[in-house]
Design a protein around this ligand. Structure first.
Ligand SMILES: Cc1cc2nc3c(=O)[nH]c(=O)nc-3n(C[C@H](O)[C@H](O)[C@H](O)COP(=O)(O)OP(=O)(O)OC[C@H]3O[C@@H](n4cnc5c(N)ncnc54)[C@H](O)[C@@H]3O)c2cc1C
Length: 397
């Protein structure tokens, strides 16, 4: 069973932006394509079904030439600049389209390969990444190396024309569906901290790799522990320089910050629009206690204003990038903003359902619990605040 998806009017996102107007030809072309191709909204799905839906949706985007608009045309993209990306994500949100399956590939490893990868790696991996034929997971965090990523202990050593990897990664999102994990490893055994690391692409389906899903508080086993025990990958599957993986990781993080900014203000504004509808329905049906409903309305208004600030900030970033500027550390401002907004919107989205919003294994409670990760998964809010304080404001450590 599925419910029909109707594209929302652009006013849901706030006032029209002159640099990215509603009738921009790029928006119109993509909007028309989405109206014809985006899938109907399904009834709640379990995680395997959700992943299958995302994969099928990415395939549809790929076939329509819309899977990686920011990628250069020679690699299957459209060479879209930052302002076009800004509009692309807004239109996806208004169409309430599903997310794609291969986010770590398309948003992180793919652009990194395009910037620092060998020609062999680009031609081997970029096409299958874009089409969702092969899925990629990100193996950076370890039990004792999360915020402090330079503490990485997983190691790899050369054995002829292969790397042999030993160690453990954790919180690896959707590793259970992935064909490849891009693993940050220590390749110089004498090295410490940021030096002597290499980013390797490692096949997951081999005896030396064990993937153990971890069930989250939301009930979904969204991320995994991944154990490497003599796992092997070809020597030439190092991304960027050998022993220079920190530089490669910084290139990758720059894409993580950029893409999230473009993506998330629009999804959150659409979510607030839905929450407002739930509030109106609850008020009309008399099912909400008046004081609680009043509080919820106030919070909704405050969150909408903050989402508008994020939208403007993202627009400013897009305009600056369009003229060749790097956003650098300001990506942390975007990260901090959206992480905290995601969490608070998750809380409100559950609260407007009253007591029913707290029942386990329902959509509202799932939203509440899953949103807790917003202030953690791309670098915690505390770390973003440290970066803003020390590296933007110049405050002492
Ligand atoms: C849903 C989800 C998906 C994820 N997916 C992936 C993935 O696919 N691949 C991957 O590699 N990782 C992934 N992660 C891991 C994520 O990057 C880490 O959780 C994050 O970097 C924090 O690291 P940690 O969990 O080890 O916490 P820690 O670094 O141990 O931090 C614990 C607490 O201490 C605080 N803290 C630590 N250092 C400082 C400091 N210097 N100053 C102030 N406070 C500090 C933190 O803010 C936090 O509150 C995911 C995490 C989540 C929640």
């Amino acid at each position: 069973m599925s419910t029909t998806t109707k594209t929302l009017p652009s006013s849901v996102l706030g006032p029209e932006i002159s640099a990215a107007p509603d009738d921009h030809p790029f928006r119109r072309e993509f909007r028309d394509w989405l109206a014809a191709n985006s899938p109907a909204r399904p009834e709640p799905l379990d995680q395997d079904e959700k992943f299958a839906l995302r994969r099928a949706w990415q395939r549809t985007l790929f076939e329509g030439g819309w899977a990686g608009p920011a990628w250069p045309e020679e690699y299957g993209g459209r060479g879209a600049g930052p302002l076009h990306q800004f509009m692309y994500y807004e239109e996806l949100a208004l169409a309430r389209a599903p997310y794609i399956a291969n986010t770590p590939g398309i948003s992180l490893l793919g652009p990194t390969l395009i910037q620092v990868g060998s020609e062999e790696l680009k031609s081997r991996f970029l096409p299958v990444m874009l089409s969702a034929e092969e899925i990629f997971s990100q193996g950076f965090s370890e039990p004792n190396a999360g915020s402090d990523l330079a503490a990485i202990r997983a190691r790899a050593k050369r054995d002829g024309d292969e790397w042999v990897i030993d160690g453990q990664k954790i919180w690896t999102t959707w590793a259970q569906y992935s064909d490849y994990c891009f693993v940050l490893c220590r390749t110089d055994p004498e090295s410490e901290r940021h030096r002597g690391l290499t980013l390797l692409i490692c096949p997951v389906d081999q005896p030396g790799v064990t993937v153990r899903p971890i069930e989250q508080i939301s009930g979904d086993p969204e991320f995994c522990e991944v154990f490497f025990d003599g796992a092997r990958c070809p020597a030439e599957w190092a991304v960027g320089g050998v022993d220079d993986g920190w530089t490669t990781a910084m290139v990758l993080f720059q894409f993580e910050r950029g893409d999230q900014g473009f993506t998330d203000h629009s999804r959150m504004l659409v979510r607030l629009h839905e929450i407002a509808a739930t509030l109106r329905e609850g008020a009309a049906a008399g099912s909400l206690d008046p004081a609680g409903a009043q509080q919820a309305r106030l919070r909704l208004a405050g969150l909408w204003v903050r989402c508008q600030q994020l939208r403007r900030f993202n627009l400013r970033v897009a305009v600056r990038q369009e003229s060749g500027e790097q956003i650098g550390m300001e990506g942390s401002v975007v990260n901090l903003f959206w992480g905290e907004l995601e969490r608070e919107i998750g809380e409100l989205g559950s609260e407007v359902h009253g007591a029913a919003g707290l029942l386990l294994h329902t959509e509202p409670s799932h939203e509440l619990l899953a949103a807790r990760a917003g202030t953690i998964h791309s670098g915690t809010s505390e770390i973003q605040r440290n970066i803003i304080a020390e590296r933007i404001l110049g405050l002492p450590r």
